[in-house]
Design a protein around this ligand. Structure first.
Ligand code: GUN
Ligand code: ZN
Length: 429
């Protein structure tokens, strides 16, 4: 067993809608075979387990591993394309790069950059939007397995509107998806997600083929992810392409694609009738604050999601999002709600931590395993230790209390301050 000694912050409880910060100083997490088997103060742990190794995390704060519920593997190298709304950004930045993933060596290099980016940011679990190329997905899954991260991903499928190299017909999409799911779903920390890019680029026949794969019999069912209600021009086009559908959500719901294993990215512009249907299905929304700001998509209606009872977690949405750090996403989420004035929700530092950890675990159905550092959970953790001379280092010592310290981590922390990362007790970065 190993005893991890240090300051531990996590958010296992919510009261009303407000996350409760659990902050323990000189705490001990006792880990056996990757699982936390005891949590106490260090003095008691030393007495109880006198022979066991101690990892002293004297400086900084230990957080649960961060959970990114929406991030694009093929877009690792195009972060920072500013100045364009969604559809122009797709045409000029994202899709030309995604075509390059058809080349095996390039896909391998991008997969390495992508997984390295997640680990450097302290992300231990991610729902990953895949490539349109089956071969690139083989590459990603193999690299993800080696990395030790918890990755749920799948072949992104489209059969219209995108560059021709990115298109697959419904039958081929189903066959390739099935083959990938059979190889990778449930293997170690990997799972498969059925992933139509968005209804804009998916015919009803393709969405039906997605439903067929999603309902195939697996001991642990597959996941589903896609985009929804991100940008007004996109939403108008959906109305033209699906005249029979009542709204954007209906284009997916019509095919039975809504369940508690579905994660919808963005939902910046939902109609009032979509929210209760998402809540009733138990689906989650991946809120991607820096992406929404960078593409000018809009301010997320967080209060409306909360009031309707829709689960919300955070996504970096790299490469429209401006980096892999969920600390930055948490901060931008806070900014967005501040800017909504009375229509926004007043988020606390603990709310930001919960959004980046336990809420992500719940959205991905992993709440029994990860998301906080309670006994019985796997030891997925991030040691935030301010980089000497960096911005966080300059202010963390002056924090007024634990909430203020956590606010400072979100305001000023970044990849340079992520000193070590564990998944299931294994060091991954
Ligand atoms: N909608 C369809 N594809 C994408 C994408 O790659 N990024 C974002 N932000 N929205 C999308
Ligand atoms: Zn996206």
């Amino acid at each position: 067993m190993t005893i991890y000694r240090g300051t531990v912050f996590d958010t296992p409880e919510v009261e009303g809608h407000v996350a409760q910060l659990r902050a323990d100083h000189d705490a001990a997490l006792v880990v056996r075979e990757g699982v936390i088997v005891d949590r106490t103060d260090f003095g008691s742990a030393r007495e109880r387990y006198p022979q066991d190794d101690v990892v002293d995390l004297g400086e900084g704060i230990l957080l649960p591993g961060l959970i990114d519920t929406h991030v694009h593997f093929p877009q690792a190298r195009i972060i920072g394309g500013l100045g364009m709304p969604l559809l122009q950004w797709l045409d000029e930045c994202a899709l030309p790069e995604e075509v390059r993933l058809g080349e095996r060596g390039y896909a391998q290099a991008v997969a390495d950059d992508f997984l390295g980016g997640l680990i450097s940011a302290g992300t231990t679990t991610a729902l990953v939007f895949g490539s349109h190329f089956p071969q690139a997905m083989e590459t990603l899954f193999a690299a993800a397995e080696k990395s030790g991260l918890r990755i749920t991903s799948g072949l992104t499928v489209s059969d219209r509107i995108l560059p021709e190299q990115l298109l697959l017909g419904p039958e081929e999409a189903l066959a390739e998806g099935r083959r990938l799911a059979e190889t990778w779903h449930g293997r170690g920390r990997l799972r498969y997600a059925v992933t139509p890019r968005f209804s804009l680029s998916a015919s009803d026949e393709l969405l039906a083929s997605c439903a067929e794969l999603l309902t195939a019999e697996y001991a642990d069912p597959l996941w589903f992810t896609t985009h929804i209600n991100e940008n007004p021009a996109e939403i108008d086009e959906i109305g033209r392409l699906f005249p029979e559908s009542t709204d954007y959500l209906d284009t997916y719901a019509n095919h039975g694609l809504l369940s508690e294993r579905s994660v919808f990215a963005h939902n910046v512009h939902p109609t009032p009738s979509e929210l209760p249907r998402l809540a009733e299905a138990g689906s989650a929304v991946a809120h991607c604050p820096t992406s929404n700001a960078a593409l000018g998509s809009g301010l997320f209606p967080f209060r409306e999601h909360r009031e309707a009872g829709v689960q919300v977690a955070l996504g970096s949405d790299v490469g429209a999002g401006t980096g892999f750090s969920l600390l930055k996403e948490g901060l931008q989420c806070y900014f967005g709600q501040q800017l909504r004035g009375a229509a926004g929700v007043a988020l606390t530092p603990a709310d930001l931590l919960r959004l980046a950890t336990s809420a992500g675990a719940a959205a991905l159905g992993l709440q029994d395993r990860v998301g906080d550092l309670s006994v019985g959970k796997e030891f997925d953790a991030v040691w935030v230790s301010p980089s000497p001379g960096g911005a966080l280092d300059g202010v963390l010592p002056y924090a007024r209390d634990d909430d203020d310290a956590l606010a400072k981590v979100f305001a000023l922390g970044g990849p340079a301050d992520i000193a070590r990362v564990w998944v299931g007790g294994d060091v991954v970065g």
